[in-house]
Design a protein around this ligand. Structure first.
Ligand code: COA
Length: 158
């Protein structure tokens, strides 16, 4: 069974992330979305809220699971029996950082492969920070995040 981990902070999940999850779920037998809970910058949503939101918008994809992690990504992947790390690439600006992370993870554990998916061009400019900034100004989030979670994001700013 081919198990992949798709890691990130998902604060909050965007349509760009969801696009990668859906596509990865067609390539791997199981995709585990790994929510980083110990990021140095304080997240807007708690780890539980982020997991709940991802669960809500991926509930119709049977081979997707969501869990949190707070150590090394390779240790999380190992604990889940995964051999692949999936990452999305939006622009060339993502490349250098992702290249470095992929090499570092490979050095930490050579058994893991990082597989990159090009983000759908529709979503190439979306980031969680951009969504939060827009929400802070009460902008329309319809294009950027799954509609099921718009209310939850807006509530944070009311
Ligand atoms: N669509 C939309 N947005 C995307 C995206 C996509 N396909 N891919 C990435 N993004 C956005 C994210 O929302 C995030 O936006 P933000 O900065 O506004 O919050 C940004 O791009 C960066 O995303 P990503 O590269 O996934 O970083 P992250 O901070 O969300 O997660 C981890 C990084 C969790 C993968 C990484 O820190 C990690 O593995 N940490 C564990 C510790 C470890 O093992 N470190 C390596 C060895 S020291």
């Amino acid at each position: 069974m081919r198990i992949a981990v798709y890691p990130g902070s998902f604060d909050p999940i965007t349509n760009g992330h969801l696009d990668i999850i859906k596509r990865a779920s067609r390539v791997y037998d199981k995709v585990i979305v790994g929510v980083l809970s110990n990021k140095s910058k304080t997240p807007l949503f708690t780890a539980k809220e982020r997991v709940d939101m991802i669960g809500q918008v991926t509930g119709d994809i049977p081979n997707v699971e969501v869990d949190t992690f707070d150590g090394l990504l390779v240790d999380f992947a190992k604990s889940k029996g995964a051999t692949v790390i999936v990452k999305g690439l939006r622009t060339v600006a993502d490349f250098e950082y992702e290249f470095q992370m992929a090499l570092l993870n490979k050095a930490l554990n050579p058994e893991y492969e990082t597989m990159f998916m090009m983000t759908n061009s529709k979503y190439s400019y979306i980031s969680s920070s951009m969504v939060k900034e827009l929400a802070g100004f009460h902008g329309d989030l319809t294009e950027f995040v799954p509609c099921d979670i718009i209310k939850r994001i807006e509530e944070k700013y009311n």
